[in-house]
Write a protein that binds this ligand. Structure first.
Ligand SMILES: Cc1cc2nc3c(=O)[nH]c(=O)nc-3n(C[C@H](O)[C@H](O)[C@H](O)COP(=O)(O)OP(=O)(O)OC[C@H]3O[C@@H](n4cnc5c(N)ncnc54)[C@H](O)[C@@H]3O)c2cc1C
Length: 305
């Protein structure tokens, strides 16, 4: 079994690496859904992350790298893969004296926003309430309240498809709405340099407070979710279309279209991956029938194979 060979090699080469077998993915996804992953590892730096991927490559295994699991739907059945979690370990970051912030991929966006505020840098206020990591944000081109991470990225260091370290800058990263070069390509983000603008700390702080109040007022933050389940279509808003289709509050098992924000699917208790997938199918079919608009999922699935 390649995964066993991989674990053996990881233990031999990286004896201090935290490794958990049969680890429930429900403990690592904000939806609180998911069966066990065969193995999960928790690197403590971008260097360790690189080492894990290089060893995996030699053994012929392709791990799944996750950040904070806040945009993920994990399967109910066991995931026969190695999962590498960056949040909590791969999180070194510092502010330069030239308006830049350099951070490893597992750094939480909230920590980056706080660091920006501490250094009187504006631009990251929108990111404070997004519960993911920098790596996850670059994959999703995460954004809110008119801001997007892609607009701030100066350079990103990643491992490419051949396992080589590359630095991508500007337009090479192909940022657009909830998309970037990292969305579909087999690249692992190691670290990134963001370029911000000098600002007034009181204004930065009050913008953050305003966004936070707006989030709390409009989003079901009291229940597990993965944020917006669907991307914004070319015309209109997913939440509005779902609401208009009469689906607010619709349930399948423990999964429900939030009655506070129709764009969110929440886990009301004991929801399974199958519940969420069938609810998403109902939403897509009903919205298409009523409005002729095809909704595209924003939530990403973790899958075997
Ligand atoms: C309550 C709530 C509110 C939210 N609000 C917003 C919002 O306002 N705007 C918004 O855009 N999103 C929002 N989200 C969704 C989510 O937080 C973002 O998409 C976030 O960027 C995901 O980051 P993550 O670290 O959790 O990524 P994960 O969910 O862990 O992973 C997302 C994808 O990125 C990949 N990935 C992660 N790290 C790396 C890496 N280092 N290298 C390569 N691939 C990697 C994973 O394999 C996966 O495919 C919200 C979610 C919740 C639960």
């Amino acid at each position: 079994m390649p995964i066993e060979a991989l674990l053996k090699e990881l233990t031999r080469s990286m004896p201090r690496l935290e490794t958990r077998l049969c680890e429930p993915l429900s403990a690592h996804t904000s939806l609180r859904i998911g069966g066990p992953a065969d193995a999960m590892v928790f690197p403590k730096s971008a260097k360790e992350l690189t080492q894990i991927l290089s060893i995996s490559r030699q053994i012929g295994e392709k791990p799944i790298v996750i950040g904070n699991g806040t945009n993920l739907l994990a399967p109910d059945e066991p995931l026969r893969r190695l999962v590498v979690k960056t949040q909590g370990g791969v999180s070194g970051c510092f502010a330069g004296d030239d308006g830049t912030i350099t951070a490893e991929s597992g750094t939480l966006l909230s920590s980056l926003a706080s660091l920006a505020l501490k250094n009187s840098l504006t631009g990251l206020e929108f990111a404070q309430g997004i519960p993911g990591t920098l790596g996850g944000a670059l994959v999703m081109n995460a954004g809110a309240y008119g801001g997007e991470i892609g607009n701030l990225v100066h350079a990103t260091v990643c491992l490419n498809e051949q396992g080589q370290i590359n630095t991508l800058t500007g337009g090479e990263q192909d940022f657009s709405y909830r998309h970037s070069i990292y969305t579909d390509a087999d690249k692992t983000i190691l670290s990134c340099v963001l370029r911000l603008t000098p600002g007034n700390p009181e204004e930065i702080s009050s913008k953050m407070e305003d966004y936070s109040l707006r989030r709390r007022a409009s989003q079901p933050l009291e229940l597990p979710s993965a944020g917006s389940a669907f991307k914004r279509p070319k015309t209109g808003y997913a939440a509005e279309l779902i609401d208009r289709a009469g689906l607010k509050g619709k349930r399948v098992g423990g999964a429900q279209i939030s009655d506070k924000h129709a764009g969110f699917i929440v886990n009301t208790g004991g929801a399974t991956c199958a519940d969420v997938l069938s609810l998403m199918d109902i939403v897509r079919e009903t919205v298409y029938r009523i409005s002729g608009i095809s909704l595209e999922p924003e939530i990403r699935r973790m899958e075997n194979g």
